[in-house]
Design a protein around this ligand. Structure first.
Ligand code: PLP
Length: 466
């Protein structure tokens, strides 16, 4: 306020130096920008730059110099042209990072998306017969082969899969679920809410920590449609805990004319125990144990695109396909292309070599140490001190809670680690890392090989004043 009173004349003269919008638009350098960004964007940019200048003058700054305007407009347009959804380098060591887009796709999946999305495709066309086909046919055979299920269907995500199964097969009837499995997955997906939305009635069975087959048996009535098992994806119960085995529940359900629905969450086709992790339930095991319908995600441990996969008995899957909601939950050609290519890696027995999520899980600690040491040397050349230290990576994505994989981290001590991490996030190639005890930690496990160069460039710029 005091300034406003003591310097009004100066301020007025600064305001008077601001050119009119059309004067700026006619500057040759600004007019040239229209070819790149479009007339409307340039006009918007000019107005924004003038508004910023007015704000700056009000705060006591001088007006920009006459020759500075074109550059200001260009800087503004370039910043406004950066996409909102951008690639990020994930140095957190969390493999299936939901906030960072979950599973990176394999090169084969990317190539399939590119090939199918750039032109027309056989999405709903039977090339052999020359007649209309079904998009549901594309991943179907592969999913049947890989899981042993009679039939399969793909929807938008696993939440949609659960919702469709309950809506189509359990509406207006009871669904028995153990009290220990009334879980919240995250992002507002809570099993009791999904049940309510689907029109099924939740029947809680047993207790939080212990539910027996006899608890389910005692809860069955004439209006019970199904027993549902929900995998405790993102939490762990230890101690005095029991849940019936799936085959026990299958026998009970089938003996009483009910369905057994198994929401596996991540699900996996490969055995996580072979990689030093706790066993995550496998889809094939659920099929073999007698679950009638099994739902799981495409972009968790499967390592493919966002999708909800439903496998199970043919007559039931057929009812799901015919349900009116199936149309609302269907996937597009890019998803199907990526999914099919991902599943083909499994069929070839090459998933661990070709699918990034599994390459990361299987990465040997020695390789990670070698990479971290190489990064350390590169930073040393740029005058940035860093250490290599042992640490832990996580599978993430709401699977295998508490389970970690031993790794080697690049660690950088920093006086202002939060500010440095923010700089790395805001760079032209955003990097997301961890901070622990004032150290920035970078885990090679989740950094793809082709991202190493850009990562090191970003670190040299972002950690400059370490
Ligand atoms: C992750 C998960 C879901 C939701 O799957 P999305 O593919 O994210 O929709 C549902 N149920 C369980 C048990 C999960 O772990």
């Amino acid at each position: 306020m005091r300034e406003m009173i003591t310097q009004p004349a100066d301020r007025q003269s600064e305001y008077r130096k601001l050119p009119a919008v059309d004067v700026l638009l006619r500057l040759p350098a600004v007019a040239l920008l229209a070819a790149e960004y479009g007339d409307a964007a340039v006009t918007t940019g000019v107005r924004a730059v003038l508004a910023a200048a007015r704000t700056a003058i009000a705060a006591g700054d001088p007006a920009p110099a006459a020759e500075a305007w074109a550059a200001l407009v260009q800087t503004h347009l370039a910043a406004a042209d950066v996409p909102s959804l951008r690639p990020v380098i994930n140095a957190t060591g969390v493999i299936v990072h939901t906030n960072l887009g979950r599973a990176p796709l394999s090169p084969a999946a990317l190539a399939a998306v590119q090939a199918v999305a750039a032109g027309y495709s056989s999405l709903e066309y039977d090339l052999a017969a020359g007649v209309r086909g079904s998009r549901h046919d594309h991943a179907r055979q592969l999913l049947r082969e890989l899981t042993g299920a009679e039939d399969a269907m793909v929807v938008n995500n696993n939440a949609a899969a659960v919702f469709l199964v309950l809506s189509a097969l359990c509406q207006g009837r009871g669904v028995l679920i153990s009290r220990g499995q009334l879980v919240e997955i995250g992002g507002g997906f809570r099993i009791p809410d999904v049940l309510r939305q689907s029109g099924a009635h939740l029947v809680e069975v047993g207790t939080t920590n212990r539910t027996h087959a006899r608890d389910f048996a005692a809860a069955v009535t004439a209006e019970t449609a199904a027993i549902m098992r929900v995998h405790s994806s993102n939490f762990k119960q230890v101690g005095f805990v029991t849940m019936p085995e799936l085959d026990e529940l299958a026998a009970l359900a089938h003996g009483r004319g009910m369905l057994l629905v198994d929401d596996l969450g991540s699900g996996t086709l490969l055995d996580t125990a072979a990689y030093g992790l706790a066993p995550e339930p496998m889809v094939q095991q659920s099929v073999a144990a007698g679950a009638d319908l099994i739902t799981f995600s495409g972009d968790k441990l499967l390592g493919g695109p966002q999708a909800g996969l439903i496998v199970g008995r043919a007559e039931l899957v057929e009812r799901l396909r015919r349900h009116p909601m199936a149309r609302a939950l269907r996937v597009d050609k890019m998803t199907l292309a990526a999914l099919e290519a991902t599943l083909r890696s499994y069929r070839r027995g090459r998933a661990v070599d070709e699918i990034p999520v599994w390459q990361m899980i299987a990465a040997p600690a020695d390789d990670l140490a070698t990479r971290a040491t190489r990064w350390q040397a590169r930073l040393a050349e740029a005058g940035i001190a860093a250490q290599v230290q042992p640490g832990e990576s996580a599978v993430g994505g709401g699977s295998l809670p508490g389970e970690t994989l031993p790794t080697w981290l690049l660690a950088v001590d920093h006086a202002a680690p939060d500010a440095a991490a923010a700089r790395l996030r805001r760079g032209s190639r955003p990097v997301v890392c961890r901070i622990q005890h004032d150290r920035l930690l970078f885990d090679p496990r989740t950094v793809l090989a082709e991202q190493e160069g850009p990562l090191l460039d970003a670190l040299v710029v972002g950690l400059d004043n370490a």
